[in-house]
Design a protein around this ligand. Structure first.
Ligand code: G3P
Ligand code: CA
Length: 406
């Protein structure tokens, strides 16, 4: 991966699209939308109506070609507006137009999959207010990091269900605290059933985007995630290429294991360039993310994944002041390796935006998140994870309109 500036002008972009056909699979993926209606999920006839030869080969046969391009993935639901990873956050995300709703999975002591960003539930539930669980507070080392709190693997599902979710970021998202205590921690099964029910009532396919969290750790304590996830996908009719679930993990071995269990599309998550997948640390694999985003690393990942989910910094890095540096070649390099890109995470608040898109000095105030989203679309990503579905949908409509789609 090297750095290069990109020309953001629409004229340049249209020209790029017209001439991109033979450049790489993912570049063709971007070109697939030009001149065609965006293919909305349940409407396979619209997808079929795309000009032949312009479909992205990497998506064909994975089921992803039944989704709009680029994708709007509701990161933990509409987590900009509701406590994350709750049915309330998922419901709102669909109302705001998300194509896909994201879940992070961890396990309970009695082997159920529940939807939480991490197994430490101190920050996102009211567990600290439950005197009966005071004795469960403990310190553990998870993926090499000591953490103090309450952990899902120390609770039965019945016990966890007595807790209520709360806003993770009350400093930035005070309004969301209005909903603290309203929803329980959902089981993954509940979310699958919710997605199936909403697919029927909305008349469109609701997709899930499911991450195995700390998969090596959970396997090490006798609560492996992958087999349970595969079982739940099969039970809910979401397994396989005609299913409606994309699978993701920061640990390549988790995706490789999932590939043997179910034939759903798989996305390799990538954190900052100096980090390592934790299963690499366990196995003695010395490669870092910087190694994985080289052409050789990308080719390796293409052996078991359909795409990558990089931090936006790997595509659009910023300096110490938060100002954008020249865009890297990762989009082109990944596409050339046949990999889609779904970076994370786009949020409305200034504190999460590159300095170029901030407005004013209040870290919690909204900046130009629509401009930032548009920047990423123009950079050629195939979708991204967003806390604010509505602004990302608007930015995508602007992007489609600018490129004559729809
Ligand atoms: O899974 C995509 C993105 O959510 C990865 O980061 O930490 O929010 O799960 P995280
Ligand atoms: Ca995630």
């Amino acid at each position: 991966m090297t750095h290069r500036p990109i020309d953001q002008s629409p004229a340049s972009r249209r020209s790029f699209l017209r001439t991109s056909g033979a450049v790489g699979l993912g570049v063709a993926a971007l070109g697939a939308g030009v001149g065609a209606q965006p293919a909305f999920a349940d409407d396979s006839s619209a997808a079929e109506a795309r000009p032949t030869g312009t479909r992205p080969p990497v998506r064909t046969g994975t089921g992803l070609d039944r989704l709009p391009h680029p994708l709007v993935v509701a990161h933990r639901g509409a987590s900009g507006y509701r406590p994350e990873e709750t049915l309330g956050a998922y419901e709102l995300a669909l109302e705001l137009g998300a194509d896909v709703i994201e879940q992070d999975l961890v396990a309970t002591r009695d082997g159920h999959l529940v939807v939480r960003h991490e197994n430490n539930i101190a920050e996102t539930t009211d567990v600290a207010d439950h005197a009966e669980f005071a004795g469960r507070r403990t310190t553990k080392t998870i993926d090499g990091t000591p953490l103090t709190g309450w952990f899902t693997e120390d609770f039965t599902l019945a016990e966890l269900r007595t807790l209520r979710a709360k806003e993770r970021l009350p400093q930035q998202r005070q309004r969301n605290t209005l909903y603290d205590g309203r929803w329980p921690i959902p089981t993954f099964r509940e979310v699958v059933d919710f997605a199936n029910a909403r697919s029927r009532t909305l008349g469109r396919q609701v997709w899930l985007y499911v991450e195995t969290k700390h998969p090596s750790y959970f396997r090490s304590i006798g609560l492996p995630l992958e087999e349970r996830l595969a079982d739940e996908l099969r039970r809910g009719g979401l397994a396989g290429r005609r299913g409606r679930a994309i699978l993701q993990s920061f640990e390549p071995s988790s995706l490789q294991r999932l590939a043997k269990l179910v034939d759903n599309p798989r996305i390799q998550l990538l954190n900052g360039p100096t980090t390592q997948p934790y299963d690499f640390a366990l196995s003695g694999d010395k490669r870092t993310v910087a190694d994985l985003v080289t052409p050789a690393g990308l080719r390796w990942m293409a052996g078991f994944a359909h795409g990558i989910g990089p931090t936006t910094q790997l595509i659009a890095p910023t300096d110490a002041a938060g100002k954008l540096l020249p865009t890297t070649t990762l989009v082109a390099d990944a596409h050339a390796a046949g990999l889609l890109l779904h970076p994370w995470t786009v949020r409305n608040e200034n504190t999460f935006l590159p300095a170029d898109f901030r407005r004013g000095t209040d870290p919690a105030a909204y900046g130009d998140a629509i401009g930032w989203a548009r920047f990423l679309y123009e950079a050629g990503v195939d979708g991204f994870f967003t806390d604010n579905t509505d602004t990302s949908v608007l930015a995508r409509a602007d992007f489609w309109s600018a490129h004559g789609v729809g």
